[in-house]
Design a protein around this ligand. Structure first.
Ligand code: PLP
Length: 290
């Protein structure tokens, strides 16, 4: 697989970052990205436009200078996609704007950010996640600048090294630290629950979560194709534990069932019926899109 760094296509295995050219990104973590996938089935990046749009919106909201105009970035992405065209499987492209050079205090970026496009094989999630559902644990934290997709995952990794490991779970969901009750989003996914009235709930876009692209697509699929009601409203840990079905969404996971939260079994402990239908519908939607 081929990646992109500083004006050149380069085999991913040989990708090396020049640290001093990117102190704000590497040392200070001033770095945003989007993770999109070119599925082997149609060789196009799924929802590419939406990913690029969110990336530029993220840059704008933290006053980061984009390395290229949208038009020029799209040309570069085209060249990366083209270079990898003979690869058969799915490819994840992490399109990264990294802070770049800095003044001496290390806090003021000078000039434009640096473009890195990392091309990798997406992570293979265990079959167990789909067959038995995931086991998640809650962690009180709200991502700062939550509507920005950035590469700072320290709290989530800390949670994985502690509670996820201790409780033999598969991942974490952030709970609003202000009330230790409201479910926000996951480490790298959005979360939905289905209540006893078959209403689907997910946290609203009020600046406390990332606007997941898969979240938006799933909402659309529910409303347009399945005639299901989606309420973008908050719910508590207690409501989640007592719900009928729970699932998460993200670019690399599509829809994934959740069957255990904080040790509490959701409903009968099996992946939800509607959840798996939505998963199929999303995959079908992707197959037919271009
Ligand atoms: N929330 C966070 C914090 C994320 O990092 C991600 C993606 O990595 C998501 C949600 C899901 O977003 P998307 O569906 O666009 O992949």
């Amino acid at each position: 697989l081929f990646s992109w760094y500083q004006n050149e296509l380069i085999p991913t295995k040989e990708l090396k970052i020049n640290f001093t050219d990117d102190i704000t990104g590497q040392l200070r973590g001033f770095r945003i990205f989007t993770a999109c996938v070119r599925f082997g089935s149609n060789k196009k990046i799924f929802k590419r436009k939406k990913h690029i749009k969110r990336l530029y919106k993220s840059a704008k909201s933290i006053k980061m200078k984009s390395p290229y105009s949208k038009t020029d970035l799209n040309k570069i992405i085209d060249s990366v996609v083209e270079k990898n065209k003979d690869y058969d499987g799915d490819i994840q492209f992490d399109i990264i704007f990294s802070g770049g050079k800095t003044s001496s205090d290390g806090f003021t970026p000078l000039g434009l950010s640096t473009l890195i496009i990392l091309s990798v094989k997406p992570f293979d999630f265990p079959d167990k996640f789909f067959k038995e559902g995931m086991k998640l644990v809650t962690f009180a934290f709200q991502r700062p600048f939550a509507n920005v997709k950035y590469t700072f995952y320290l709290p989530a990794i800390f949670a994985h090294l502690t509670i996820v490991k201790d409780q033999e779970a598969d991942g974490i969901i952030f709970v609003d630290p202000n009330d230790n009750e409201t479910i926000l989003e996951g480490s790298s996914f959005n979360i939905f629950m289905i209540n006893s009235n078959d209403q689907i709930l997910t946290y609203p876009l009020n600046g406390k979560i990332l606007k997941g692209i898969t979240r938006s697509i799933v909402i659309k699929i529910c409303e347009k194709f399945k005639d299901l009601e989606v309420l973008e409203q908050s719910f508590t840990k207690n409501e989640l534990i007592n719900s009928k079905e729970v699932f998460i969404t993200s670019t690399t996971r599509d829809v994934m069932p959740v069957t255990n939260v904080d040790g509490f079994i959701i409903n009968d402990g099996k992946p939800g019926k509607l959840t798996m239908e939505l998963r199929e519908a999303l995959i079908e939607f992707r197959r037919n899109s271009n």
